[in-house]
Design a protein. Structure first.
Length: 155
């Protein structure tokens, strides 16, 4: 029998408000050590935002990819994650002072039920080229499953 999403999903979900400034967003992503999170307004998931959305919105995605390829991305090339992330965050904060999460979030929320199989979740993530799915049961956010959850589960 296939394993179910609820067996490996994260139940403690870090959420963001749509009015949150991007400077605070970057700080929170670093603080919670996540790459993205659902955006919730009045108890409803209205979007998803990720660090990639910041890069894409600011037109710096190609710069970040070049940095990663040169070994300068956080977690690569011997750099300290904390020091590099803090420097990167300082740069992001200067460019994003007037923007809010709602300005850059993806309004398309991909979700899956906690009772669906991991195979279905993985196939959906691959098909849609996303790193996380909201886990929704009867319209309620009950968890999140990310590509990292699959990696952790496999080792």
């Amino acid at each position: 029998m296939d394993m179910l999403v609820k067996e490996i999903m994260q139940k403690d979900v870090f959420t963001l408000a749509p009015e949150l400034g991007l400077d605070a967003l970057e700080q929170q992503l670093c603080s919670f050590k996540v790459g993205g999170a659902p955006v919730v307004d009045k108890g409803k998931v209205i979007g998803v935002v990720s660090r990639s959305d910041i890069f894409t919105h600011l037109g710096i995605r190609s710069s970040y990819i070049a940095m990663a390829e040169s070994g300068s991305e956080p977690g690569y090339g011997g750099h300290s994650n904390n020091i590099h992330s803090n420097r990167f965050s300082e740069g992001i904060m200067g460019w994003t002072s007037n923007l809010k999460v709602k300005d850059i979030m993806s309004k398309s929320v991909l979700s899956i039920s906690s009772n669906q199989s991991l195979k279905e979740a993985g196939e959906l993530m691959i098909e849609k080229k996303v790193h996380r799915l909201m886990v929704m049961d009867q319209g309620e956010l009950v968890g999140i499953i990310s590509s990292m959850d699959f990696v952790k589960h496999s080792i």
